[in-house]
Design a protein. Structure first.
Length: 550
C-alpha cells in the first residue's frame, strides 16, 4: 500500500509541475482520499486517475451523482441530460473544464447556483443543445464559453456581465438577430480576443469589445458596413465576412478605417462588383473570390504593400477589367489566384516575388516571354483548362522561370510537349492533343518526378524518357500506343498504360524498370496468348498490377 501511495503522490507532483493545477494547496489532501476517488467513478463513465471523468455517449438521462471529489475535467457529451441541479457539483467544486455538448439542455435546465459555485471553471462547452438565451449565473472564472449549435436568437449583455476573464466566445450556428452590449458590459468584457458569430441572422455588424482580435461573421445577412464601424477595434487581426449580402454601395469609403492591425480580411461570397477602396494597409491576406467582380481600379491595391495572398477566383473579370500593371504594385505578393474568370491573357506585369499563380479555367490563348520574365521566383503555375496552343507559346516564355517546380497545362490545345524550365518536378499535360514529344524538350527535365500525359494522341515514345533518372510517376493512359514503351527510366515506380491499343507483352518488357510498384494495363488489346508471364518476374517491388478488360 505504501508503494501505491508513493506513486500517487509522485504523479500529483509531476502534474502540478506541468501546470494542471492553478493552486496546489487547495487540491492537496490526504493521498488516501485521492486513491479512494479512483473507485468512485460514475457508472458507464471512464475515469483517468482522480481528475478526468469522461461520460461521452454513456446513455445518461440524469446528471451523474458519484463524481470524484478531485475531478478537474468533466466531459458528458452526447447524452440525453435535460437538467443540472443546484447540488450537481456539491462535492466536486474543483472542476476546471466542463463539457455538456449535445444533450437536451434548454433555458430552464440549469438551476440557479449550479454553475456559479464552480469558482475554478475556465472552460464551458454547452454546444448543440436547445438554449434560446445565454445561461444566467455563469462563473466569473470562465475563459472559454461555447454555445454554438443552439437556438439563441439574441444576446443580452447582462448574461455576460462580470465575465472579465472571458477570452473565447463561440456563438456560431444559432439564430441571433441582435447583439445588445451596453458600455458597461463592453468594459467588463475587456479580455475577449475571439468571437465567432458565424451562421446567424445578423443584419449588421454589432458593437463589440475593443479587445477582440478574431471576429467571425461568416454566413449572416449583413448588408452594409457604415463609416466608423470598427473605430474601437484597432487590435482586430482577422475579420471574416464571407457569405453575406454586401454590395459596392453598402461598404462606406471609411468602413475599414482604424483597423491598423488587420492582417486577414475575407469578403468572399458576397455581391461585390468592384474591389472596396481604402482597405487596411497592413493586410497580408485578402479574399475576394466568388463575388461578381467586373472591375478593379488602379487605386485598389496601391497601399497594400504587405499583401502576400490575393484571391480573386470565380468572378467576372476579363483582361480589360484592370490596368495592365495592377498587380506589379503588390511588392510582397506571393500567391495570386484568378482562376475561373474570363481572362484572355495573363496580366502584363506580375509581382517580382510571386511564387504561386493560379490562372486555370479562363480563356487564355497565349503566353508571352515578357509577361513571365518579371515573375522569375514563380514555383507553381496553374494554366489548366484554357485555350493555349503551341503557336501561342512564345519561344522561351516558360524557360525563364528558373525556380518553377510545378506546372499544370492540362485541358489545353497543345499538340507537342512545350519547352519547360530545367527546374520542374511535376508536369501535368493531360487532356491536350499531343501527338509528338520532341527529344530536346524532354532531355532537359532531369528533375521531373511526375509526368502526366494521359488523354492525348501519343502513338510512340520509345527511348524518349530513358535519361529522366528522377522520374517516379508516368501516366500515358488514354493514348494511342500500340507497343509497350521501351527504354523507360530505372527509378520509375508508377506506370499507367490503361486504355491504349497495346496487344503484346514480351519477356523482358519491364527489365529497364525493376522498381515498378504500380502497373496498370487495363482496357487494351491483349489476348492471353500474347502476354508472357515471365515479363513480370523482374518486378520484385510490385504492389498493384491490373490487366483487366482486355
Amino acid at each position: 500500500m505504501n508503494r501505491i501511495l508513493f506513486n500517487v503522490i509522485l504523479s500529483l507532483r509531476i502534474l502540478s509541475g506541468l501546470g494542471y493545477h492553478n493552486d496546489t494547496s487547495d487540491s492537496a489532501g490526504d493521498p488516501a482520499d485521492r486513491l479512494k476517488d479512483l473507485h468512485t467513478c460514475p457508472a458507464s463513465c471512464h475515469c483517468i486517475h482522480y481528475e478526468t471523468v469522461d461520460c461521452t455517449k454513456a446513455g445518461l438521462t440524469i446528471f451523474p451523482r458519484r463524481l470524484p471529489s478531485q475531478v478537474l475535467y468533466l466531459k458528458i457529451d452526447e447524452n440525453r441530460i435535460s437538467r443540472v441541479d443546484g447540488d450537481s457539483f456539491e462535492t466536486s467544486q474543483l472542476i476546471e473544464s466542463l463539457s455538456l455538448r449535445n444533450n437536451n439542455l434548454s433555458d430552464d435546465s440549469i438551476m440557479q447556483g449550479s454553475l456559479s459555485r464552480l469558482s475554478r471553471l475556465r472552460h464551458l462547452n454547452l454546444a448543440d443543445n436547445a438554449f434560446r438565451a445565454i445561461p444566467a449565473d455563469l462563473p466569473e472564472s470562465l475563459v472559454y464559453l461555447s454555445l454554438e449549435g443552439n437556438s439563441i436568437d439574441r444576446i443580452d449583455g447582462h448574461r455576460l456581465y462580470r465575465l472579465s476573464k472571458l477570452q473565447h466566445l463561440y456563438l456560431h450556428d444559432n439564430e441571433i438577430t441582435k447583439v445588445r452590449l451596453t458600455k458597461r458590459v463592453l468594459a467588463q468584457l475587456s479580455s475577449v480576443t475571439e468571437i465567432i458569430l458565424a451562421n446567424n441572422l445578423l443584419a449588421s455588424i454589432p458593437r463589440l469589445p475593443s479587445s477582440v482580435e478574431w471576429l467571425h461573421l461568416t454566413g449572416n445577412r449583413i448588408s452594409d458596413i457604415p463609416n466608423g464601424t470598427f473605430r474601437k477595434n484597432k487590435g482586430l487581426i482577422a475579420l471574416h465576412l464571407t457569405n453575406n449580402l454586401l454590395r459596392d454601395a453598402s461598404i462606406s469609403p471609411q468602413a475599414f478605417v482604424g483597423l491598423e492591425s488587420l492582417g486577414y480580411l475575407n469578403l468572399s461570397r458576397n455581391k461585390l462588383k468592384s474591389v472596396p477602396t481604402k482597405l487596411p494597409r497592413n493586410l497580408k491576406r485578402l479574399h475576394l473570390e466568388k463575388n461578381r467582380l467586373e472591375y478593379i481600379s488602379s487605386e485598389a491595391f496601391q497601399d497594400l504593400k504587405r499583401l502576400r495572398y490575393l484571391l480573386l477566383q470565380e468572378n467576372r473579370l476579363n483582361s480589360s477589367s484592370f490596368p495592365s500593371d495592377i498587380f506589379h504594385q503588390l511588392r510582397n505578393l506571393r500567391f495570386l489566384h484568378i482562376y475561373d474568370n474570363n481572362l484572355e491573357r495573363l496580366p502584363a506585369v506580375l509581382p517580382r516575388r510571386l511564387e504561386v499563380l493560379m490562372m486555370m479555367s479562363n480563356n487564355i490563348r497565349c503566353l508571352r516571354k515578357k509577361t513571365l520574365r518579371t515573375a522569375r521566383r514563380l514555383r507553381e503555375l496553374g494554366l489548366q483548362n484554357n485555350e493555349i496552343t503551341n503557336g501561342g507559346l512564345e519561344k522561351g516564355a516558360l524557360r525563364s522561370l528558373r525556380h518553377l517546380t510545378n506546372i499544370d497545362l492540362s485541358g489545353n490545345k497543345l499538340k507537342a510537349l512545350p519547352t519547360l524550365p530545367r527546374s520542374v518536378e511535376t508536369v501535368v499535360l493531360s487532356d491536350n492533343r499531343i501527338v509528338r514529344i520532341p527529344l530536346n524538350s524532354v532531355a532537359r527535365l532531369k528533375r521531373v518526378r511526375d509526368l502526366l500525359l494521359d488523354g492525348n494522341r501519343i502513338m510512340e515514345i520509345d527511348g524518349i524518357f530513358a535519361n529522366l533518372t528522377s522520374l517516379k510517376r508516368l501516366d500515358l493512359s488514354y493514348n494511342l500506343l500500340r507497343n509497350l514503351p521501351q527504354g523507360l527510366p530505372p527509378n520509375l515506380e508508377y506506370l499507367n498504360l490503361n486504355h491504349n491499343k497495346l496487344f503484346e507483352i514480351r519477356d523482358g518488357s519491364f527489365d529497364s524498370t525493376p522498381n515498378l510498384k504500380d502497373l496498370f494495363l487495363d482496357e487494351n488489346k491483349f489476348t492471353q496468348e500474347a502476354v508472357n508471364a515471365n515479363a513480370f518476374a523482374v518486378l520484385k517491388h510490385g504492389k498493384n498490377l491490373t490487366i483487366a478488360w482486355n
